[in-house]
Design a protein around this ligand. Structure first.
Ligand SMILES: NC(=O)c1ccc[n+]([C@@H]2O[C@H](COP(=O)([O-])OP(=O)(O)OC[C@H]3O[C@@H](n4cnc5c(N)ncnc54)[C@H](O)[C@@H]3O)[C@@H](O)[C@H]2O)c1
Length: 332
């Protein structure tokens, strides 16, 4: 078992990384509480049934799988279900699933009765190494990704890497894209391992490394006004591509193209292409550049004229660079 403490004063919590953890989930969750599991309709039922078998009388709410469920309508529908089931402020919401469920259930926890406790049990690689930690929760609108949201830290994050056994290769590679990002912005060794080793020989070690990197950054800048922005390497262009593709491209795939664009002209341009290709991640696109630019001008990190982009000159060290917004065009 590995444990990472995220020290955020009264919002501090632990991230537990332990294969097989869901088979004794009652060691981590107080089953005497009023528990609501929020999951999606595509997560293998065996995980939900295992967890349910330990938590008597919990309420389970399911949303359709996929990015479209990260919406105000879905959040509203979940809130109505909580009201309908007389769920009180003392409840504990359990987000069981990938980043969509985590962001959505966390958002509901942040608004229901002005905020209730929630924990994350992430079951995709992307959510285990990234979205379940750091407290960014929210939903999309038709025109803007993550347009509505809050900062709401979970009470606990429980990571069981055995749940990755049922995840298909495309979804695994989707998560690897964020791992490559961590390597580029913070760890040359991680980047090199991703290229030369089979990280699944010891996946818990790599999940731990990624969560450690995210934690170290988040605790310095929980509200994303400074250093936390380096976690967005490749995300400005990536988010635009993700929205333009109407979420046909997965988050990590879109970020992959975004990272490649940001690496053009660097000394590691060839290496990054090799590592992205190793994991079947896309490195180019033929989308309409003007349309992508319009999405970028509405990016949350942009103001009317300027934009902070994240740059890496040397693998393992990301930094923030303010630019005039139109300068991003040369990278599209
Ligand atoms: N909050 C943050 O800090 C943060 C960071 C990065 C990404 N995100 C968000 O995360 C979301 C993407 O998350 P994701 O990539 O996990 O996608 P996802 O939640 O859509 O999950 C992908 C698919 O895998 C299925 N699935 C989940 N676990 C499974 C398992 N163990 N076995 C088989 N199938 C399983 C799901 O049902 C779904 O169909 C995006 O909305 C992105 O914006 C948030």
């Amino acid at each position: 078992m590995r444990k990472i403490h995220v020290p955020l004063q009264e919002n501090s919590y632990d991230v537990i990384i332990e294969p097989g953890l869901i088979n004794h989930i009652d060691d981590y969750i107080d089953k005497s509480r009023e528990i609501v599991i929020i999951s999606d309709d595509n997560i293998p039922k065996t995980y939900i049934n295992t967890i349910k078998s330990f938590l008597s009388n919990c309420l389970c709410l399911y949303v359709p799988h996929g990015e479209k469920s990260k919406s105000m309508e879905m959040a509203n529908s979940l809130v109505n279900s909580l009201i309908h089931n007389n769920i009180t402020r003392g409840c504990l919401i359990v987000a069981l699933g990938g980043g969509v469920v985590g962001d959505l259930a966390g958002f509901v926890a942040s608004i229901y009765m002005r905020g209730v406790d929630y924990i994350q049990i992430p079951t995709t690689l992307l959510s285990q190494i990234d979205s379940s930690v750091g407290g960014k929760v929210g939903v999309n609108t038709e025109t803007m990704k993550n347009a509505i949201g809050s900062f709401k830290q979970p009470k606990l994050v429980l990571i069981d890497s055995t749940t990755l056994q049922t995840l298909d290769e495309r979804q695994i590679n989707n998560g690897i894209a964020e791992m490559i990002k961590y390597g580029l912005i913070a760890s040359k060794t991680l980047f090199e391992d991703l290229y030369s080793l089979n990280i699944f020989d010891d996946i818990d070690k790599y999940i731990y490394q990624c969560v450690q990197i995210k934690k170290d950054i988040v605790v310095q800048d929980v509200f994303d006004n400074g250093i936390r922005q380096i976690l967005n390497y490749g995300h400005t262009i990536g988010h635009a591509i993700e929205q333009y593709s109407k979420y046909e491209l997965l988050h990590g795939e879109a970020i992959s193209i975004g990272m490649m664009s940001m690496s053009i002209g660097t000394i590691f341009e060839k290496e990054i292409k090799k590592v992205l290709t190793k994991y079947n991640l896309p490195t180019s696109h033929d989308y309409d550049k003007e349309a992508l630019y319009r999405y970028i001008t509405t990016d949350k990190k942009a103001n009317k004229n300027n934009l902070n982009i994240i740059m890496v000159d040397k693998v393992g060290k990301g930094y923030i660079k303010p630019i005039i917004i139109s300068q991003i065009k040369e990278r599209l």
